[in-house]
Write a protein that binds this ligand. Structure first.
Ligand code: ZN
Length: 91
């Protein structure tokens, strides 16, 4: 589980996600299945909010060690898009 503070903190992971371009499928709001198209490896990323802070976790090795992996970067980007759409459509 990592705390998401600033984008700069996970910038490396964001850069890697842009290169790898993993596939992100929505499991449910806040839960995403991220697949590396090249290797077929699939991981689950959970995004949650607690006490006004944002957290994310990933089932890959790096994620389980508390590192920001590109799966988290890719899922968070999808999550923010979804949250934005929800907020926009919720009028
Ligand atoms: Zn990961």
């Amino acid at each position: 589980m990592i705390q998401l503070t600033t984008a700069t903190k996970i910038q490396k992971a964001i850069d890697k996600a842009r290169t790898v371009k993993p596939r992100v499928r929505i499991n449910r709001f806040g839960s995403y299945i991220v697949t590396n198209k090249a290797t077929g490896a699939t991981y689950t990323v959970e995004c949650l909010r607690r006490d006004g802070k944002r957290f994310a976790s990933c089932t890959c090795q790096a994620g389980e060690r508390g590192n920001a992996c590109y799966h988290i970067a890719a899922a968070v980007s999808a999550h923010l898009q979804l949250a934005f759409e929800r907020a926009t459509l919720n009028f």
